[in-house]
Design a protein around this ligand. Structure first.
Ligand code: ADP
Ligand code: ZN
Length: 231
């Protein structure tokens, strides 16, 4: 941000596909705020709790303590008047109310830093992130590395059979892809094939139908721990 006078708040949004470093960047900004002795509160959706119940964890293993919330309105209720910086991870899972909550907090003079997937597993805008981008003072769009060809990756490729928007699952369910290698219909096609074969057509291996890009962050690609993911 440029020079900010008085105690004006603002909204910073960090978007990009899974594995693009959104959580890392959020953790970096929040740690710097803490170093600056600012009062920080950090939130993540309940859906994202398999990997670490009390913290935000990046795919590379960085971690910071956080509180769990179900919707964007829960954040408003939990933020204390003294808090100066509010961090929110995986905002695409918090519903429309996350936009109003962020606006209210910024209006109250707080710095709000939010991450989320800007597109879903089919490459479509992932609500409510587009609305958050519209009201943000500052936007950072990160790219991952395409797992097929090594180019900059803007998409989250779902590798398993499903037509649900949200599928939170174990490692190997999603990977980053560039625009050339992205196959938006892949998950849907696999789903149709399984159905035609009379197979289970499961939304995901945990039996929950949730997530657009759910990921569970397993650092270094090792076996999944108990965290969730999503993006
Ligand atoms: P996000 O929150 O956007 O899903 P994270 O901050 O959790 O991303 O993880 C970013 C880290 O993931 C990178 O620093 C890198 O160590 C790791 N990583 C794994 N796969 C990829 C990939 N395809 N492209 C870039 N980074 C990757
Ligand atoms: Zn590619």
């Amino acid at each position: 941000m440029d020079i900010v006078k008085g105690n004006m708040g603002w909204i910073e949004v960090i978007v990009g596909p899974m594995f693009s470093g959104k959580s890392e960047e959020l953790i970096r900004r929040l740690r710097r705020a803490e170093i600056g002795k600012q009062r920080v509160q950090i939130f993540k959706p309940v859906i994202d709790q398999r990997y670490s119940k009390n913290g935000i964890v990046s795919h590379s293993g960085l971690e910071i303590a956080s509180e769990l919330v179900h919707t964007g309105s829960d954040i408003l209720e939990k933020v204390t008047p003294r808090t100066e910086v509010v961090g929110v991870d995986e905002a695409q899972f918090l519903g429309d109310s996350v936009v109003d909550s962020c606006v209210r907090l910024a209006d109250l003079g707080k710095r709000v830093i939010v991450t989320g997937l800007d597109t879903d597993f089919m490459g479509r805008p992932f609500e409510p992130m587009p609305r958050l981008l519209a009201v943000a003072e500052e936007i950072t769009k990160l790219l991952a590395i395409c797992m097929r060809c090594g180019n900059p990756a803007v998409h989250t490729q779902r590798l398993v059979a499903s037509e649900e928007l949200i599928v939170v699952g174990a490692g190997g369910m999603y990977e980053a892809r560039c625009r050339r290698c992205f196959e938006p219909q892949l998950a849907q096609q696999k789903f149709e094939e399984e159905k035609a074969r009379g197979g289970p057509a499961r939304p995901d291996e945990s039996g929950r139908g949730a997530a657009a890009a759910g990921d569970e962050k397993s650092p270094g690609g090792e076996a999944p721990k108990s965290r969730s993911a999503a993006l």
